[in-house]
Each structure stands twice: as structure tokens, then as C-alpha cells.
Design a protein. Structure first.
Length: 328
């Protein structure tokens, strides 16, 4: 049987796919390699996955419901039933949503609908899908809990991720699907995205360029290492609710927010170089702090993040330097 992973060439998707293959699972990875950031990085992730057995890549846009269904039917004809769908494909990035809002609605909303329709035709398979801590918007009560109101998003990205959650809630109610949403909190680690702070700051420090800290540096993030996120995704798969049960939502974070100033200090230690800090105002769509309450994920999934910031950033820096040198 096959597990479908959408966004398999993405940061989280590639790690989840690799973990599934390593435990003997065949994976059909769906990814159309959008050029939001360097396609060469996505291709390198795919090359690692394709180097072994148990993985097949299908290049298609998940928002194309017809193409998605045709690919799933064809794969079922060759390899048997689909066991589950892990839906990680998304248009990411808060600031880019101000420049290209259509991409977010197409991928994050229409794409979610296409995946839910595919699941509707296979009502007994579980669907695990990615949401985001961004849905909490400017909530001031912390830590963020799944029961908090999330009807005041401060970015288009957050609005589309919340819309995806509402679609899942509706499909679960109407069609009795097994649905689990995971709200990720600032995921980082090797093979990460070049538009996120670990990559941007590491590159700047190594090249002697200034590191820009928004909101005058008065920001904090619940940085969560990729291995901990992968463990949470696999636990959600293994403990998916039965068809007909209410859809579930969980925070997956580190539950230990770190200030950006400390984040840069830890990077300086890992790189053994000082950073040049510059300060800027809070950007539209950004939130000052994120902080996950992971009580529910711990109770239901056994989720327990293990990686402190010092360890995670040291691993990221080691990978980045190898990747930059062409040896990763």
C-alpha cells in the first residue's frame, strides 16, 4: 500500500517522506516544483529521495483536482490501494502573500479542496494536513491553544491556512472523513527554506552582511526542529482518528519561544563569527511572538520535542556549510 505525500520536494515534505521510506513504506510524492525559491534545492531534496527504493515522484499541481485524481487512480492500478494522504504542499511565506495573493488562495485553499475531494472518494483513508501557527493571528494570550479563537488573521497566508482548516471541518462533518490538522510552529533544520531566518541569518553572518531584526528585535518564535516535527507527523498518521470521528487539530511546536536576539547569539556561537545587527519596524502580517501549548499533542500523539535550539542550529549550520560547498 502507498502513502501519498503532497509537497514531497518541500522542506517538511522531504523529511517526512524520507522517514516513511526508511520505515519500509512506499511513498508517492506529489510536487510541481514551484519557483517560489530555488528549484535546485527542491531538486536536490528529490534526488536524495529517488536514490533509494520505495519512492516515486509525480509532478503536478495539487490545485488541479482532475490531474490529482488521475494520478492517484493510475498509482492504485499499479501498486494497490492508497493507505493515507499526508498533505504538506502549500504556498508558504507571510510577506510574499502581500505580493502574490492569488498563489496562496490557489494552493492553500483550492489545493486543500482537491485533496479533500480525493479523500472523499476514498472515505476510509486518513488525511493528515499541514496548518500553521499563523492562524492564531495577533492573539495575546499565550501559549496558543487549539481552543483559542482564530478568526482574526493578520496575513493572507494565515487566512488561507485557516480556510483550509474550515474546509476540513466541513468535509469531516459531511462525509465522515478521518482528518487531522497540524499547526506547525516555525520549523527549521537541514534542507530548510532559504526565505526563513536560519538560512537568511546564517548566510548574512558568513558573508559579513547585516542581520535585519524586525520590530527592533523584540520578537520571539517557538522554533521547532525538523526531526521533532517529523515525529509528530508520523504519530498523527499512526494514531489517526477513525472515519466518522470529529476532525482533530494539534499544535506541533517546541513550547519554548526564543527571542530573535538569542537566536542570533546561538548562530554566532555555531558559526564562530559575530553578527552585524540592524533593526527595523514590525512588518505587515508579522506577529510579535508565537508559543505553542502542546498538551493535546502530547496526550493524544505522544508528541514530545527533544531538540534544544543550540543542537538544532548547530546541525543546520553544519548542513548549510556542506550544502554551500556542494558536499551535502
Amino acid at each position: 500500500m502507498t502513502i501519498v505525500v503532497t509537497g514531497a520536494a518541500g522542506f517538511i515534505g522531504a523529511h517526512v517522506t524520507r522517514a516513511l521510506v526508511q520505515r519500509g513504506q512506499r511513498v508517492l510524492g506529489i510536487d510541481n516544483l514551484t519557483p517560489y525559491y530555488a528549484v535546485s534545492l527542491k531538486e536536490a531534496r528529490l534526488a536524495r529521495l529517488c536514490a533509494g527504493a520505495g519512492f516515486a515522484h509525480q509532478a503536478l499541481d495539487i490545485a488541479d483536482a482532475g490531474a490529482l485524481e488521475a494520478a492517484l487512480v493510475a498509482d492504485e492500478g499499479r501498486h494497490g490501494p492508497i493507505r493515507a494522504i499526508i498533505h504538506l504542499a502549500a504556498q508558504a511565506g507571510v510577506r510574499y502573500s502581500l505580493e502574490n495573493p492569488g498563489a496562496y488562495v490557489t494552493t492553500n485553499v483550492t489545493g486543500q479542496l482537491a485533496v479533500l475531494e480525493a479523500a472523499r472518494r476514498r472515505p476510509r483513508i486518513p488525511v493528515i494536513y499541514a496548518s500553521s501557527s499563523s492562524v492564531y493571528g495577533a492573539n495575546t494570550r499565550q501559549p496558543f491553544r487549539e481552543t483559542d479563537r482564530v478568526d482574526h488573521p493578520v496575513s493572507l497566508y494565515a487566512a488561507t491556512k485557516r480556510s483550509a482548516e474550515l474546509l476540513a471541518e466541513t468535509y469531516g462533518h459531511l462525509f465522515g472523513l478521518s482528518l487531522t490538522g497540524l499547526r506547525f510552529f516555525t520549523v527549521y533544520g537541514p534542507w530548510g527554506r532559504p526565505d526563513m531566518a536560519p538560512w537568511l541569518f546564517t548566510a548574512a553572518i558568513r558573508q559579513g552582511r547585516p542581520v535585519r531584526l524586525f520590530n527592533q528585535g523584540q520578537m520571539a518564535r517557538d522554533f521547532t526542529y525538523i526531526d521533532d516535527i517529523v515525529a509528530g507527523v508520523l504519530a498523527a498518521l499512526d494514531r489517526a482518528p477513525p472515519p466518522g470521528a470529529p476532525p482533530r487539530l494539534y499544535n506541533l511546536g517546541n513550547s519554548q519561544p526564543e527571542s530573535l536576539e538569542r537566536f542570533v547569539s546561538v548562530l554566532e556561537q555555531a558559526l564562530e563569527r559575530p553578527a552585524i545587527r540592524t533593526y527595523a519596524p514590525l512588518q505587515p502580517g508579522d506577529v510579535v511572538a508565537t508559543f505553542a501549548d502542546i498538551t493535546a499533542a502530547g496526550r493524544d500523539l505522544g508528541y514530545a520535542p527533544l531538540t534544544p535550539l543550540e543542537t538544532g542550529l548547530a546541525r543546520f549550520v553544519a548542513w548549510y556549510q556542506a550544502y554551500d560547498a556542494g558536499t551535502a
